[in-house]
Design a protein around this ligand. Structure first.
Ligand SMILES: [Zn+2]
Length: 299
């Protein structure tokens, strides 16, 4: 055997071992998370809840333009008749946005510089005092890191609402954010079960465990003025790809982010069938342009 062949075999064995040690458990874990989804009728019934939400808006925290997409980080703000608000995702502060953007630039060449608009706290301004609830579509850094700036501005008094899987099932990419949440100002509320979950604190807010992208990936649903809004997180990164049932590619879903690709495909099909209805809009967390096209008002 030549030295070249020996080194090649050693490198392949090393790569397989590294995959097994770091990514294998995460792949096994996410394959086991496939909670039952609610029916369309169950989601639509959110509209009949008394004292349900009255407005929904979206704010862009940062963006980064690439050859075939505009990667945005956004927060969604929902308001109830008594003025209380619920925030979905917390984006990142300036430093974390730039760090994350540099990583994205390395992984996908051609991405431009990060344009930072403001942390969730900056974007909310005085409204932050009324944000009593926070939810996360999943616990990746680009959706959670902004909690530190949020807490610095808000102080105590807000609660986080998580599915059981999001609160308890973590992997190599969600552990840090889970710890950040534990140490944050948010008082945790954990919702057991699957299907459409609700909590009396925010009537008309539906919380649905999804899995697929991360163990704790969660959909948030609200019905406002005849439109059912479904915040789908990162099940797809681009709305058009969700509608055309196009996955994120083997390298992304196997090596970068251990996904249950059978599950993300069934979720894409479920969500795109719902989005076809004239009064249902699926919001893709990183696709701000598509969110505005859907009619979501900017903050
Ligand atoms: Zn993300």
């Amino acid at each position: 055997m030549t030295w070249f062949l020996r080194i090649s075999i050693a490198l392949i064995l090393l790569a397989v071992a590294a995959f097994g040690i770091f990514l294998g458990p995460a792949h096994l874990q996410i394959r086991g998370i496939e909670p039952t989804l609610p029916s369309e009728a169950e989601l639509r019934a959110l509209a009949t809840t008394g004292r349900g939400p009255v407005s929904i808006r979206v704010a862009q925290s940062s963006s980064q333009t690439g050859p075939d997409r505009n990667l945005s980080h956004a927060v969604v703000i929902i308001e109830w008749p008594d003025g209380r608000r619920f925030m979905i995702d917390a984006a990142m502060d300036r430093e974390a946005s730039e760090e994350f953007g540099a990583l994205i630039g390395k992984l996908s060449p051609g991405m431009g510089p990060v344009v930072f608009k403001g942390s969730a706290a900056d974007l909310l301004g005085d409204e932050i005092a009324t944000v009593d609830g926070v939810g996360f579509t999943h616990l990746h850094v680009d959706h959670v890191q902004g909690v530190t700036a949020f807490c610095a501005a808000r102080g105590t008094g807000a609660r986080s609402y998580q599915t059981f899987a999001q609160a308890t099932e973590h992997n190599l990419h969600t552990e840090d954010s889970a710890r950040q949440l534990e140490d944050s100002c948010l008082e945790p509320v954990v919702l057991p079960g699957e299907g459409l979950l609700t909590h009396s604190d925010f009537p008309g807010l539906g919380i649905v465990p999804l899995g697929g992208h991360t163990p704790g990936s969660t959909l948030f649903a609200v019905s406002i003025d005849g439109t059912l809004w479904l915040m789908s997180g990162d099940i797809a990164n681009v709305k058009s790809k969700l509608l055309h049932n196009s996955g994120k590619g083997w390298v992304y879903s196997t090596l970068f982010v251990p996904e249950n690709t059978a599950r993300t495909e069934s979720l894409r099909l479920w969500l795109s069938a719902l989005d076809e209805k004239p009064d249902i809009e699926v919001i893709v967390a990183h696709d701000f342009d598509a969110a505005l096209d859907s009619g979501l008002r900017p903050l």
